[in-house]
Each structure stands twice: as C-alpha cells, then as structure tokens.
Design a protein around this ligand. Structure first.
Ligand code: NZQ
Ligand code: ZN
Length: 387
C-alpha cells in the first residue's frame, strides 16, 4: 500500500424527503444564492417548486440560471459568472446531475477570479478562493456531488477539459433516492456505467497489496450490478435506488482509490468522444472500458482474472488465463447491454473519422493511465478495438 492523504469534507444528507431541508442547509452560508439547474426535469417532477419553497421559507433570496446541458458548456458558465457578479450572489446551489454540479463549480471558481475561468481547465493555475457550493442530486452517476473536480466543454474546438481543486468540494450534498424515480432508462444506464467505471478506474491499479481497497471495490461493483436491474424493473423501488445512489457517491468520493495509483485512461479516452460527438459520458464509457480492458489486460493478467472471478463469478477452473479474462470482459459487455447501452462505436453511430485527432488530444498532457501507461498510438488502437 502506498502512503496517502484522504480528505472529503462534503456533508452528505441522505434519505427520504431530505431535499426539503435545502433552505436551512443553504442558510448556513448565504442570504443570496444562485439556483442552477438543467432542462425540464426538475420542473416536471415538482422538485423545483419544493426547492424554491424551502429556500423562501428559510429567508434566502435567489436568482436562477437553468439550461445546463449534458456535457455542460463554457458559454453558460460565463453567463452564470456575469449574473452572480451583477446580483451579488455568494453561494451556488446546484440542483441536478454531474453536468449542473460541474457548471456550478465552474461558476463558483470564476466569480472571484480576475482572469478567464477557462484558465483553470487549461493551465496549472488554481483558484485561490471559490464561492461555496451546495447540491441537490437528482441522478446517481458522476459523483461530482462530493468530488473535487469539474468537467466543462468549450464549444469552440470542441474541447472537454477538467480541473481539480480541494476548494471545489461542495459544502453539502443532499441525496434523496426518491428524486431518482423520474429518471428515463437511458440515463439510468449511462449513470450506472459511469459509477461502475469510477470503481474500475481505481480497481485496475498497478500497485499490489491493496487488499482492503480491492475488496471494497468488488463489493461496490457487485452491489451495483445487483441493484441496477432492480431499479430498471421497478423505478420506484426506494431500497434499490438508495443502494445505487449511495454506491454512486462512494464510487467517486475518493475512498476506493486509497493506498494505490488510480488509472483514469478510459475517462480520458471517453472525454474526447463526448467532446466531439456529444455522447452521454456513461454511454461513452460503456464503449471505451471493454476495449481498454482488451488492450491492457495482458499487462496485469492476475488482476483481470480476479475481476472476472470476484465480480462476475467466472471460475478459473479448467480454463486458461486468456479465457477467464475474455469471459470477464464479455460479462461486462453483456451487463452494459442489459442496461440498454451500446458497447461498440458503430452501434452508437460513431465512425473512425476523428480517431487521429481524439487520440492526439487525449494525450496532450502526457501519457494516460498507470495500469499500463498509454501513448497516442495506444489510444488510437483502443478506439479501433471499440469499433
Ligand atoms: O437537464 P434535465 O432536464 O435536468 O435532464 C437531465 C439530463 O438530461 C436528466 N436528469 C437528471 N436528473 C433527472 C433527470 N431526468 C429525469 N429525472 C431526474 N431525476 O439526466 C440527464 C443527464 O444529466 P447529467 O447531469 O448530464 O448526468 P451525469 O450526472 O451523468 O453528469 C455527466 C457529466 O458529469 C461529468 C461528465 O463528464 C459529464 O459532463 N463528470 C464529472 C465528474 C466530476 N465532476 O467529478 C466525474 C465524472 O467522471 C464525469 O466526467
Ligand atoms: Zn465518470
């Protein structure tokens, strides 16, 4: 196990009707907030009205900015920064999923900053201060509700870039599984693939002797694989949603990667797909991850075999190592398919025209990953394997 520091200050408020407490939680930090959200979903579900009532009852005035799209755009972030400065806002409340939260984080970092907020995504510059952020989560997926990262797409390019800072951890995140009841099946599938990928990016590490972290990851993957079909079958199954929502948080709150290097190559390769084709992040990961496993599996066969056995129950008895690894990847692909996801670029309607440029951009800051570090040629080969 390698040395580590673990810090995650986000207060999680979990359970039924917890979103009704958003006013009192926000009042700890602010009297004037920005309510930031996406498209129609929070209005259609009634969540928007409930949040507005809670804020109003707690004496908080607010301005609002909706319209965040999946793969959130820099242009809306800029509008949000101008609005907050004009209105004297001192707190950003994100009501939605990873896209809304990441956009909220970008605004929170941009308001006090004298330069261009995009600097944080493209240079080593880090914010010295950010506005405090709160979250009402409506989809378990990205884990941004208690992560230190933000991922934004700049339309010109297009470029999808991320940055991390410990100042980006939200002060609180409200996780009410009941808010997930209205999620469409394709978003459940994409969110589920993202959660699984967050665990796998930590599980497939070059470091050995990380027994507790390995077992925690295996438990998280097995629980997710057990509970996702339950919510697809019955979208109002509170207990199954509670497991999925909590797994989504644990998958990306930092705990599961402790004591070892993480990888994140599949995320880097996927972000280029989302940037060019505007595909949902989790849907892209369902295509990239199996291809990445096929490409790198041979470098650490022991871990691949362990994955197949511990996560999908493939017994290594009477089989070669290669067979077990292949069957493990096959089970993963079948699981993604059962969530309604494509596992090839072709099925997602994506051709090979941007392979070169995506591979080049994916490694512009150096090699990707640690399980097996990848250069531009490797990344292109993975896109080809995903065809
Ligand atoms: O816009 P609305 O109408 O709200 O619809 C949203 C959106 O279309 C819908 N939705 C959300 N909650 C709903 C709902 N529909 C019905 N009922 C509900 N309760 O779901 C759609 C997708 O929302 P989005 O926020 O885009 O999903 P997700 O949480 O998967 O976020 C994806 C973004 O997060 C980034 C991804 O790259 C992507 O841009 N990530 C952020 C990370 C971080 N900051 O730590 C890490 C991740 O690896 C990821 O990269
Ligand atoms: Zn992700």
């Amino acid at each position: 196990m390698i040395d580590f520091t673990w810090y995650n200050p986000t207060r999680i408020i979990f359970g039924r009707q917890t979103h009704l407490r958003v006013g009192e939680e926000t009042a700890v930090y602010s009297k004037k907030a920005l309510l930031h959200y996406g498209g129609k979903s929070i209005k259609a579900s009634g969540t928007y009205e409930e949040i507005v009532k809670s804020l109003t009852d707690s004496g908080i005035s607010f301005v609002e900015l909706g319209g965040v799209r999946p793969n959130p755009r820099l242009s809306l972030v800029r509008q949000g920064i101008d609005l907050c400065r004009r209105e004297g806002v001192d707190f950003i409340l994100a009501a939605g999923g990873g896209s809304v939260i990441d956009s909220a984080k970008a605004i929170a970092a941009g308001v006090p900053y004298k330069g261009d907020v995009w600097d944080f995504y493209t240079t080593d510059r880090k914010p010295e201060t950010v506005l405090p952020i709160g979250v009402v989560l409506t989809i378990p997926a990205a884990g941004s509700e208690s992560s230190d990262g933000s991922v934004i797409t700049r339309e010109e390019g297009p470029d999808k870039r991320s940055f991390i800072s410990s100042l980006l951890y939200p002060r609180f995140a409200i996780l009410n599984p009941e808010l997930c009841y209205t999620l469409p099946k394709d978003q459940i599938g994409a969110g589920g693939a993202d959660i699984l990928a967050h665990v796998m990016e930590r599980y497939f590490s070059p470091n050995e002797e990380t027994d507790l972290s390995d077992r925690l990851c295996e438990a998280a993957m097995r629980s997710l694989i057990h509970n996702l079909p339950r919510v697809l079958e019955n979208p109002k199954d509170y207990d199954a949603w509670a497991e999925v929502m909590w797994t989504g948080n644990v998958a990306h709150n930092g705990l599961l990667g402790k004591g070892r290097m993480e990888d994140w190559a599949s995320h880097g390769i996927e972000h280029e797909l989302s940037a060019v084709y505007d595909i949902a992040h989790g849907a892209g990961l369902a295509i990239v991850f199996p291809a990445w496993m096929k490409y790198v599996g041979k470098s650490h066969p022991g871990k691949m075999v362990r994955f197949a056995f511990q996560v999908f129950g493939i017994s290594p008895e009477d089989k070669t190592e290669e067979e077990v690894i292949r069957l493990g990847i096959c089970c993963l692909e079948n699981f993604f398919k059962s969530l309604g996801l494509s596992v090839t670029l072709k099925d997602a309607g994506i051709g090979r025209e941007a392979f070169d440029v995506m591979a080049q951009k994916a490694v512009m800051n150096g090699e990707l990953g640690s399980f097996r570090p990848l250069d531009e040629t490797d990344v292109k080969a993975i896109y080809e394997l995903a065809e």
